[in-house]
Write a protein that binds this ligand. Sequence first.
Ligand code: ZN
Length: 482
Amino acid sequence: MARQKEKEKRSGGGWKATLLLFLLLIIASAAVLFTMDGRHVQFRLVDSSEITVPYGVDFVDPGRSAVTTGRIFGPALLLPVESSGYVNTKRIGTYELTYTTEFLFNTYTATRIVHVADITPPVITLQTVDGYEPDWFTGYEEEGYLAWDDVDGDLTAQVQFEQLEDKIEYRVSDRAGNETVVERELPTASAPELTLLGDEIMTITARMDFEDPGFTAVDGKGKDLSDLVTVESNVTPYRLGEYQVIYSISNGEETISVLRTVEVVPVELPEVIQPDEKTIYLTFDDGPGPYTEALLDVLAAYDVKATFFVTQEYPQYEDMIGRAYREGHTIAVHTASHDYYKIYASEQAYLDDFYAMQEVIYRQTGEYTQMFRFPGGSSNTVSNFNPGIMSRLTGMMNSMGYQYYDWHVDSGDAGGTRSKAGVVANVTSGCAERRTTVVLQHDVKDYSVDAVEQIIIWGRQNGYTFRALDLTSPTAHHGIAN
Ligand code: ZN
């Protein structure tokens, strides 16, 4: 029994020693592990250790923490961190923040560099005017803008802008080089309305001048833009054909055009009526001249109406055209220049001369005439230098409503006959053979004018009536020889 107890006692003492040994072993191992682990403090900074923050915006630390960490066991304990230092975002500069923590009686620190800089671009504010619509012609008018930078202040004056096709680009940079670009969509201007007065397709009879019925041009705001309209026309109103008038208004980028078609059609001429009675049509070419006044006096004295195919060869007597017209004589075109080589050079040359004479007639009588006589007559061959010109001119002039007159009896006063008696003889013998006679004389020949009184007396004695030509009178056309 005692032996057993002793045994227990002995064995009880062995257990304690074993435990102690065991504990020492663990502590030693822990110390070894701890040393091998190399436990230390690690700071973790959210973002980087050197950051740039915008001027003027309250600074908020992006975050930091500190942990203990080792080679074997990794991060473990989160440690409290204190920070010191400050960042003044109202002042551009570089600041330093210091983070501090303690571990195992040691103090650990980390720093963060914070640059306060102007990294915010300026702000451009576009202003708008209520109900604003740009003028189509003059274009967009700036409604206003402001540019503000947190650091540099008002930059409105530095704004550069450029107008592109349908927008404006506004651009400004602050002193730190931050650039802002904004765009304004341009409001569209209502295009003007170009409206034709009169018909879009016009039919006119051949005539001297074409009077355009006109147009209206009004922009979206009701402003009259008529003065800006250009009219392009190839209308030749005295020549048969189809022409176009183009009305355009342009602002440089956009052109609005409308078109009018003008068709020139022939003028109907009245039918020729043969007079019932024996009739003499005295006609005088190439005046008025120095003897026209005397001629008018004679005609007035006998109350005879005659026809004058007038020229501009003696412009100082132009007013005789007016007198003859007022006294009931017929005024018709002969030629302004009486220069064969000029007028028969082309249709246009002929017309230029013809219309020059029409203007003189208009000035003296207040009207244009549809009646004319070709220089040299329609049968002339002096125009042979331009083959076919007479055929072309007669057709063209007729379609324009002009009637030409030749003659039945030539007094010869422009040729071989140089006396009053000779003119009387030629005219009376010529008329005696006919019931209706168109007589050719020239009132620029004194002997021819002198012969008129005797011709009138002879005619009346022989039962003739003297008349002025009108559009229904015999035309006495010769055959065309060129
Ligand atoms: Zn002549």
